[in-house]
Write a protein that binds this ligand. Structure first.
Ligand code: NAD
Ligand code: GLY
Length: 370
């Protein structure tokens, strides 16, 4: 992807005294100007992983150099299966070993796993230190780095231990998407596609028209996809930071998706793959609840497939597959008193949360699994 240092696009996220900017552009990471105006501190700590460190740690360090007297780096093991307590503790070990004080700024350099763990570490180290998201996957640029959800997994459930804690800034350097494996690019496209049916059908039209350009990493197409996704997420989070209502729509496809991730074991399917397939299942549920027509389900399935994502769910259990899905979904954070809750499409471009009869949910799972 071409290097270019033209001014980044700026999407503001409006949360009163927790407001911040999302910078989107190319050639951002290594430039000192990108980090101007962040909280002053003696030390910055880059938290990254063993895959991303050799690719981008030096560029980030170069950009931070004029701003911080000390820059430390913590390199975590890579993967969703490491989004856990022992790995989180490696961050605290490093912060304490380096004598980091409560002004220290953490920089999350990586995908959603690094971002979620660094955010949680920042929320809890000395009861809270500032942090900056430097997302390097498409999924992280369009979703996980924005909005302040931070978490680690528990063996019994996805993202079960965490905190709402907003970053000081989000820096989406599109150049980083050039090294992303194709499977990860597709996973990110799942979260891009998500914003269409829940909030903006014109954006869904645009994605359909540009899916090939996105798959080929056309930088202008990616820039628009990241910008529009961040605008929609900023609009939702600005109204409902802590998910007391509206924000739940961002979990379209996630109830089924989290069951796939937990049921298969974290890391077997990528989060975005599980969400892509989960959106097909949630659309099917919306149809069976008579909210959308079957053409809408087919349209979404076709686009998800064109994005290189699975559209048929895996079997989680040889004899009671639907029962296994449902057991996982009763543990979902949206569940109330053990009753499953789903994000459904009330009409194209508008989503809501509702329960569903067990037999309907079973029918969806039976229809959508291989
Ligand atoms: P990830 O963080 O595991 O990154 C995917 C893979 O790509 C990893 O192997 C990573 O090392 C590698 N990688 C990252 N950047 C790269 C680059 N530029 N070039 C080459 N390789 C690169 O996965 P993800 O899809 O970014 O994030 C998924 C996680 O995000 C899940 O844990 C999910 O729960 C979480 N999430 C959180 C939120 C939120 O609001 N906090 C929203 C959506 C997803
Ligand atoms: N990814 C869902 C949310 O941020 O609320």
């Amino acid at each position: 992807m071409a290097e270019n240092t033209s001014s980044p696009v700026n999407v503001a996220i409006d949360l009163g005294d927790r407001s911040y900017d999302i910078l989107i552009g190319t050639g951002l990471m290594g430039h000192a100007q990108t980090y101007a105006g962040l909280p002053k501190a003696q030390a910055a700590v880059i938290v990254t992983n063993e895959t991303v460190a050799p690719l981008y740690e030096a560029a980030l360090r170069q950009g931070l150099q004029p701003h911080y007297a000390q820059i430390h780096t913590v390199v975590l093991p890579d993967g969703e299966s490491h989004k856990d307590w022992p790995t989180l503790n490696l961050i605290f070990d490093a912060l304490l070993a380096h004598g980091c004080d409560r002004k220290t700024v953490l920089f999350a350099l990586g995908g959603g796993v690094v971002g979620d763990m660094t955010g949680f570490a920042a929320a809890s180290y000395m009861r809270g230190v500032p942090f900056v998201q430097v997302p390097t996957t498409l999924l992280a640029q369009v979703d996980s780095s924005v909005g302040g959800k931070t978490a680690i997994n528990h063996p019994l459930g996805k993202n079960m231990i965490g905190a709402f804690y907003q970053p000081q800034r989000v820096i989406c350097d599109l150049d980083t998407l050039g090294t992303l494996p194709m499977r990860e690019l597709s996973a990110g496209l799942a979260e891009v596609i998500k914003y269409g049916p829940i909030a903006d059908m014109a954006f869904l039209d645009w994605i359909e028209a540009n899916i090939d350009a996105l798959m080929q990493r056309d930088v202008q197409a990616l820039a628009h996809a990241v910008k529009r996704s961040c605008e929609i997420k900023a609009w939702v989070v600005g109204q409902d930071e802590r998910e007391s209502g509206l924000r739940a729509i961002l979990n379209f496809g996630h109830t089924f998706g989290h069951a796939i991730e937990a049921g298969l074991g974290f890391g077997t399917w990528l989060h975005g793959e599980a969400v892509g397939c989960g959106m097909v299942m949630a659309a099917e549920l919306s149809w069976r609840l008579k909210k959308v027509d079957v053409a809408f389900v087919d349209r979404l399935r076709t686009l998800i497939e064109r994005a290189g994502l699975p559209v048929r769910g895996p079997h989680l259990h040889p004899s009671d597959n639907a029962g296994d899905y449902m057991a996982h979904m009763r543990l979902d954070k949206k569940a109330e008193a053990g009753d499953m809750k789903f994000v459904v499409i009330d009409e194209p471009g508008r989503a809501g949360v509702c329960g569903a009869p067990d037999d309907v949910v079973r029918a969806v799972i039976d229809a959508c699994c291989v």
